[in-house]
Design a protein around this ligand. Structure first.
Ligand SMILES: Nc1nc2c(ncn2[C@@H]2O[C@H](COP(=O)(O)OP(=O)(O)O)[C@@H](O)[C@H]2O)c(=O)[nH]1
Ligand SMILES: [Mg+2]
Length: 259
């Protein structure tokens, strides 16, 4: 079944979840831009007690916009658990769609309407750098090679068609997150994105990629680390072996990504 043949279902309310660690110079801009692109959306900042005061700036933004909320966590605990906490909050609050978005401006809020439109006939939409029309701006060649290489590795290891399985600009239906048991996901970093992609595909759900331009941050520092890359390599290898040994049947692969 292609995305265009799939019956569409209305989306309902949208929560944009923005994890932050030391994003003092980015947080106000991203919240303002999300609000402009998606006037009705709830915005949840998940801050890990950033030493640079990001959490306090987020609190001020929340004080002037009732649809901005801040989840304060006691310390840096990784992107994966930040999203799990954010998804849990948004599911409990009754939102119908959960959007993942970085705080550093790499993900353009102006792409959100198109991603949400695609979600009307999908269960997960990935803002994709690696489908035709998608691109990366201002990444050093080495970083882009790492990301492209990781995605080729994921496709080969897991036998899936998604081109940007590590991409962190996404929209999920609440139902998708419930079905895949998101609260049980232990992967961190990029592996968190791969893990959720794989779980969605394994449940026979529709994954659609929408081309985006990913622009490397102009302010602040990346939290990418060697440990995050090693975690992804190792876990994906494990899942690939388990799949090949037949212990984890895969019910479908997604349609060829559009673009
Ligand atoms: N709450 C929280 N946010 C994080 C953590 N690590 C990264 N982030 C946020 O996740 C987003 C992406 O991180 P970034 O360092 O830009 O990763 P990169 O784009 O892959 O280099 C940014 O909004 C970060 O502030 C963490 O441990 N906790
Ligand atoms: Mg970044």
């Amino acid at each position: 079944m292609t995305a265009s043949e799939r019956p569409t279902a209305p989306l309902g309310s949208v929560a944009v979840i923005i994890p932050t660690y030391n994003e003092r110079d980015n947080i106000e801009s991203i919240v303002t831009r999300v609000r402009a692109a998606s006037p009705a959306a709830g915005i949840l900042v998940v801050d890990d007690n950033s030493p640079d005061g990001t959490g306090e700036i987020a609190d001020k933004l929340a004080a002037s916009d009732p649809r901005v909320q801040v989840l304060h966590r006691p310390g840096k605990s990784g992107l994966g658990t930040a999203y799990i906490a954010g998804f849990g909050w948004a599911l409990a609050a009754g939102y119908d769609v959960m959007v993942e978005m970085d705080a550093d401006g790499s993900h353009d809020p102006a792409d959100l309407p198109e991603m949400l439109a695609a979600l009307e006939s999908a269960d997960l939409v990935i803002g994709s750098r690696y489908v035709p029309g998608g691109t990366v701006v201002n990444w050093p060649r080495s970083r882009e090679m790492l990301s492209r290489g990781a995605n080729i590795y994921v496709r080969l290891m897991l036998g899936i068609a998604v081109r940007d399985a590590t991409g962190g600009y996404r929209a999920y239906r609440a139902q998708t997150l419930r079905e895949i048991g998101v609260e049980d996901v232990s992967s961190q970093g990029y592996c968190f994105q791969i893990d959720l992609t794989l779980r969605t595909i394994e449940r026979g759900r529709q994954v659609t990629e929408v081309p985006i331009t990913f622009t490397e941050r102009a302010r602040g520092a990346s939290k990418m680390s060697r440990a995050i890359v090693i975690e992804a390599l190792w876990r994906v290898a494990k899942w690939g072996v388990a799949w090949r040994l037949g212990r984890k049947p895969r019910s479908n692969t997604p349609d060829t990504p559009r673009g």
